[in-house]
Design a protein around this ligand. Structure first.
Ligand SMILES: [Zn+2]
Length: 277
């Protein structure tokens, strides 16, 4: 009997190339997904696609571990997860989508004059970020969990809050704001390469770290940046200090997480283990 079971198992593993183990079967909007691919072939072309009748999102896959995010604005109760190999679906699973209620966040900021030059700067900086977040590299970290970006994490404005700035409806809050005092140290949440370390119009003194597999973290409104573009940092290294530069009302840390330029909820990412599935 044991022999029969053994050959049966052998048969299944040969007849179905790839199996995907996901970290969860239901996801919040803005949630972070980890896919572990069994039967991964180095020379094949893979891609993860999330799709339902309301939208489609694709994520690159070049290693047997891949990250994805269920977008904040996804509609519907379910979304299908597909692993594509050389253009053909080799694995699929229906995932449950849980919708959270997001609060409204009203802030009043000092008006800054938007000249032609400023508009040009805003556009250039946005392009730089969009381009940066889409660069996929090999995995650059070994940690099993994220390090906290501040010593103590007290959320002042959560991810996904609808923003009303100076009385006008704006987009969503694409990161988590944490309480902090000017000068408090900010830590790299995972090892990786510093790809942005500069002063930007909206996010002020900003650092972006590439962790590989399409995963990036962003730290904004710093009073001081302690790293330079090209530096390799380890999780827990000080990368700068809390401040209120850019579009900000008071000293705090704005912390953002991006997967292939799809924004993820930092609190959900901070709660995950990278070695669970
Ligand atoms: Zn913020």
């Amino acid at each position: 009997m044991k022999k029969i079971i053994f050959f049966f198992l052998l048969f299944i593993s040969f007849s179905y190339g790839e199996t995907v183990f996901l970290n969860q079967s239901s996801f919040y909007t803005g949630d972070f997904g980890i896919a572990r691919i069994k039967g991964f072939e180095k020379n094949a072309r893979y891609e993860i696609v999330l799709k339902n009748k309301y939208g489609r999102w694709a994520f690159p896959v070049k290693e047997d571990t891949a990250f994805f995010s269920v977008p904040l604005l996804v509609k519907g109760k379910y979304i299908s997860f597909y692993l594509k190999k050389n253009g053909k679906v080799v694995f699929s699973k229906r995932l449950k989508v849980k919708h959270k209620k997001y609060r409204v966040s009203k802030i009043w900021v000092k008006k800054r004059k938007i000249t032609k030059e400023v508009l040009k700067r805003i556009k250039e900086e946005n392009n730089l970020l969009r381009k940066t977040f889409k660069v996929y590299t090999e995995k650059l970290f070994i940690e099993k969990k994220m390090h906290k970006p501040l010593k103590k994490l007290i959320v002042t404005t959560p991810f996904g809050a609808k923003r009303i700035i100076n009385g006008k409806k704006r987009s969503y809050h694409w990161g988590t704001d944490f309480k902090g005092k000017t000068g408090d140290p900010i830590f790299a949440s995972l090892s990786g390469k510093v790809v942005v370390a500069r002063d930007m119009f909206f996010t002020g003194k900003t650092v972006v770290i590439n962790h590989g597999l399409g995963l990036y973290t962003l730290y904004a409104h710093m009073s001081r940046i302690d790293v330079k573009e090209g530096d390799f940092v380890k999780a827990g290294d000080i990368i700068g200090r809390v401040g209120s530069t850019g579009r900000s009302t008071a000293p705090h840390l704005h912390f953002g997480v991006y997967i292939n330029d799809i924004k993820a909820d930092p609190m959900l990412v901070l709660s995950k283990r990278f070695d669970n599935n």
